[in-house]
Design a protein. Structure first.
Length: 130
């Protein structure tokens, strides 16, 4: 398939992504904003090599972003605003060399810890690259 964008905003019945999402290998933008019952991302999204923008804002039942997200080498923007049940970010986020914007607005259970962890791994990645 050659879709560039996939929009599933406010899909309250969506609890997980279909495993076939990995077939959208040209996908550049994935909009899952306000999918309030989405609890996890399947590892099959690590096959979305062209993915540049991932919008998960308002997915307040999302509990974690797994480390496989680091395999999204083209990812430039990741929005996790208002994902209030998100407890931590994987250390592998520091490996996202193309990442330009990380949205973490809103209330989070571990926001302060998440930001500190992310800054540490970004700084470590930059230091190791030189």
């Amino acid at each position: 398939m050659h879709s560039k964008s996939f929009l599933c905003s406010k899909c309250s019945n969506l609890k997980e992504l279909p495993s076939s999402i990995d077939q959208l290998n040209a996908l550049q933008e994935l909009f899952l904003s306000e999918c309030c019952n989405l609890k996890e991302l399947l590892s099959s999204i690590d096959q979305l090599n062209a993915l540049q923008k991932l919008y998960l804002s308002g997915c307040y039942n999302l509990k974690e972003v797994l480390s496989f997200i680091a395999q999204l080498n083209a990812l430039q923007k990741l929005f996790l605003n208002e994902c209030s049940n998100l407890k931590e970010l994987p250390s592998s986020l520091g490996q996202l060399n193309a990442l330009q914007k990380l949205g973490l607005n809103g209330k989070f259970k571990g926001k302060k810890r998440m930001l500190g962890t992310f800054r540490y791994y970004v700084n470590t990645s930059i230091a190791n690259a030189t």
